[in-house]
Design a protein around this ligand. Structure first.
Ligand code: ADP
Ligand code: MG
Length: 383
């Protein structure tokens, strides 16, 4: 589907030819930076916006021209949108009263059962202003759940909560979704939410689909540099390099790294970007005894950021900044000269012009893809 908005300066393509099938019962997360078209997509699925081109189907049914209330959906938004003059119970019951033939006993039962599920039985007689943000969001969720819809549509539902509550609600929502087994489309700009909650994630940028896959597929096998840089915190490091295919080397002004023949044959442009995740770099101060000296790059420590379990070490490499996530007990401190080890198997390579991925890390992404399966080739050969 495509969605264009008319605006003063012409038309804006908010969603550009998005083509996607979501399975029954699946939890799919749309993720991307602000303005990439997540909410627009969700609003089109919900019928709050009409699509400019293309169609939307629920199962075999074409719902493209149906009004929101004709679609079997329930929505939850960031701003809970509860009716202020109604109690939590009335808020939850309201939609059922208006749009179903259920008796008031049946409605009461559903509201009660849902309130128990969400641990908000005690709050049912309270009005929204007496409730905390987290409690209001539970009532808003309850209002969606009592409708027992075919699809949940959620637009940044946890964004107004503080960090701790957000983490807790993330887990609860996931559990709830798998118990209810209702197809859910969830929108967030927060890559952590996407990584932790989605069965699959859909990465969007500028209205265009970048990648669809399981969180680990997208993390370890990013389709392009945008996805690689968007998922992960601290983000993947990128260094501009040239490929010298004759020498089988990657080069830039301050270092060279060996390139295996198998990777060299995949490369058809010499202008590349080397990508390496902070957790895949090792630091050493004893290059003489290192097992793979050809893969060491000299670096200056600029800042260290102890997080407790890990420490982020910021390096300067010929004027470019590189982040390394090390053990929390690292001895590195600003001013140190160290060497970073860039394991061949963990390198990503991207075409600098198109951003397309040329090589991925060999990190396993499912049980069948175990590390032992890739151990037979030496690191130098897999790069
Ligand atoms: P996201 O939810 O990913 O932050 P949106 O779907 O809200 O992004 O917006 C996508 C693009 O469409 C943005 O450029 C935004 O400015 C534009 N847009 C969204 N809603 C409207 C609207 N009602 N009228 C005009 N432009 C809009
Ligand atoms: Mg939005």
């Amino acid at each position: 589907m495509t969605k264009e908005y008319d605006s003063a300066g012409g038309s804006i393509v908010a969603v550009d030819g998005l083509d996607l099938t979501i399975d029954d019962g699946e939890f799919v997360v749309f993720v991307g930076p602000s303005g990439c078209g997540k909410s627009t997509t969700l609003r089109c699925v919900g019928g709050l916006e009409t699509v400019t081109e293309g169609s939307i189907r629920f199962g075999d049914e074409d719902v493209t021209d149906q009004k929101p209330k004709e679609r079997d959906i329930a929505m939850v938004f960031q701003n809970y949108a509860l009716y202020p003059h109604m109690t939590a119970r009335e808020n939850m019951a309201f939609g059922l009263k208006m749009s179903t033939e259920l008796s008031s006993e049946e409605i009461d039962e559903r509201v009660q059962a849902t309130a128990e599920m969400l641990s908000i039985e005690e709050l049912l007689e309270d009005k929204p202003k007496a409730l905390s943000g987290g409690q209001q969001q539970r009532v808003a969720l309850g209002r969606a759940i009592v409708r027992d819809p075919e699809v949940f549509l959620m637009d940044e539902p946890l964004s107004n909560l503080d960090a701790k509550l957000r983490a807790q609600m993330r887990t609860e929502l996931q559990q709830l979704q798998s118990e209810l087994d209702v197809t859910t489309v969830y929108v967030t700009h927060d890559q952590t939410e996407a990584m932790t909650m989605g069965d699959r994630i859909v990465v969007l940028d500028d209205g265009q689909l970048q990648q669809v896959g399981t969180p680990l597929e997208c993390y370890h096998r990013p389709a392009n540099q945008f996805v690689a840089g968007f998922l992960g915190s601290p983000p993947m490091n990128f260094l501009r390099v040239e490929a010298d295919l004759e020498q089988q080397e990657l080069q830039n002004a301050v270092f060279t790294l060996p390139l295996s023949e198998s990777v060299a044959t995949e490369i058809d442009s010499s202008e590349l970007v080397l990508g390496i995740r902070p957790e895949h770099i090792e630091l050493t101060d004893t290059p003489e005894t290192h097992g793979e000296p050809s893969r060491l790059v000299e670096a200056d420590v600029t800042v260290t950021e102890p997080m407790g379990d890990v420490t982020n070490v910021y390096l300067d490499i010929g004027g470019e900044s590189v982040t390394v996530t090390t053990d929390g007990k690292t001895g590195a401190s600003p001013g140190d000269q160290l060497y970073m080890h860039v394991p061949a198997a963990k390198m990503h390579l991207f075409d600098r012009e198109t951003g397309e991925a040329i090589k991925h890390s060999d990190e396993p992404i499912d049980a069948a893809d175990s590390p032992t399966a890739t151990e037979s080739t030496s690191p130098a050969e897999t790069a």
